[in-house]
Design a protein around this ligand. Structure first.
Ligand SMILES: [Zn+2]
Length: 430
């Protein structure tokens, strides 16, 4: 295949992988390919890296979403890398490695794609892979599941050092087709684009089958009497009655739009013994925190509680949530941390009824709900084969209030004055 086809092949692979929600969460993960082109300045052959840039989703990735970097320069950064304490500085250095105009802005994961010595690399966030990655004995389970075909990399926040860690693990395990990244996801590689994709799917499917065949029957514990899903009509009526109240509470700091989900996955989780302890442990994949916050608000009343009782309890729980969130911020914030972004929950779980999710617009609200469904799947998988053990709260905070993430938020267009507000127009039909 000629080198001109390398980006097209990468886009096609990314779109296929991103189209199946079992492979990665919305806008999660990134892919890359390396290849040789003729440098128009020197007429000499030069090696390039095409890698999904910052933002965007694999399922709809196009060529304009790829960052294009010179591999010789990217690899030379290893010699000036000042160490893990200052690894964030390396992101600015990526701009000095761009080829031509460079395409999309390079993401924090660019180091992993450049430093790991393989022509094609996929980094993904599949529920099955994260389930192993967040199991208390994830390293041993990865060995049991994959033998030496997939290696383990201890949790580390995404960045330059994680790229170096994965590159080293690959060097020490030349037979491996990829790695499980503790607390986070998976990375797979291949000599060709087809091989890389096949390796990604092999890891995702093997992990899912392992959980299926080795997992215990009721990972979330027994159904708690009274917390079963209400019949659909009753459930929807209660959701409709609660929706404006929940949205009002979730909009205390800033106007939010809401989304409601009462899928079987959600209702089943809400009916089980382990709902509250697991919800309290919070999500783990680095992508999740900015969308769902670390923890949801969980209503602790049975499904049959009246709307009035539930509203009273929601207000109490919301006040407690805000206090707890401010405590979490104060426990971990340093003088360099961005200011607290608001203490309202992004996810509200009501047993018997369903899940409300919130965001600054409709799409963000829906995606927050999708991410929490990912988190439920991850917790179920981890609890099936082991004990769910997400990364430490301090690490979660470091990601939620990461200065690089903050910079990304600041670059996003400011919401329009009426965004997130709902207007009721009456008498307009005359
Ligand atoms: Zn990731």
């Amino acid at each position: 295949m000629s080198q001109r086809d390398t980006p097209a092949e990468l886009i096609a692979r990314s779109n296929r992988l991103g189209a199946d929600p079992r492979n990665t969460n919305y806008a999660g993960g990134n892919t890359s390919a390396k290849g040789e082109v003729t440098d128009p300045v020197t007429s000499q052959p030069t090696e390039l890296l095409w890698v999904k840039g910052s933002g965007g989703d694999l399922g709809t990735l196009t060529e304009s979403g790829l960052a294009v970097l010179r591999l010789d320069r990217l690899r030379a950064l290893v010699d000036v890398y000042p160490g893990v304490e200052r690894e964030d500085e390396m992101v600015a250095a990526f701009d000095y490695c761009l080829h031509g105009r460079g395409g999309a802005a390079p993401s924090i994961d660019t180091a992993m794609h450049g430093l790991v010595d393989a022509p094609h690399i996929d980094h993904l966030h599949p529920d099955s892979g994260i389930a192993l990655a967040t199991a208390a004995d994830g390293e041993a389970l990865t060995k049991e599941c994959f033998g030496d075909r997939v290696a383990w990399v201890d949790w580390r926040r995404p960045g330059f050092q994680l790229g170096l860690d994965i590159a080293e693990v690959k060097r020490r395990n030349p037979q491996a087709i990829g790695v499980v990244l503790g607390g986070h996801g998976i990375t797979a590689w291949g000599d060709t684009s087809e091989e890389c994709e096949a390796h990604s799917l092999e890891i995702i499917r093997t992990a899912a089958e392992f959980i299926e065949t080795h997992g215990r029957a009721e990972p979330f514990g027994a159904v708690v009497a009274g917390f079963e899903a209400l019949p659909e009509a009753e459930r929807r009526a209660k959701a409709a009655a609660l929706a404006p109240v929940v949205r009002g509470l979730a909009s205390t700091d800033a106007p939010q739009l809401g989304h409601f989900t009462d899928s079987d996955v959600v209702l089943e989780f809400l009916s089980r013994e382990k709902l509250r302890p697991l919800a309290e442990l919070g999500t783990s994949c680095p992508d999740h925190f900015l969308r769902t916050k670390v923890r949801p608000l969980v209503v602790d009343l049975p499904a049959g509680a009246s709307v009035e009782e539930t509203v009273v309890r929601l207000k109490e729980l919301h006040a407690a949530y805000r206090e707890e969130y401010a405590g979490y911020y104060q426990r971990h914030a340093t003088p360099e941390s961005p200011a607290m972004r608001g203490a309202d929950p992004a996810i509200v779980l009501v047993p018997g009824v369903g899940m409300f999710s919130f965001g600054k617009d409709k799409q963000t609200a829906r995606v927050a709900g999708e991410f929490y469904v990912n988190a439920i799947n991850v917790m179920r998988g981890a609890e099936a084969v082991s004990t769910y053990a997400p990364i430490d709260e301090s690490e979660k905070f470091r990601i939620e209030y990461w200065s690089l993430e903050e910079a990304k938020l600041q670059r996003m267009p400011k919401p329009k004055p009426l965004a997130g507000r709902v207007a009721l127009v009456t008498g307009a039909g005359s």
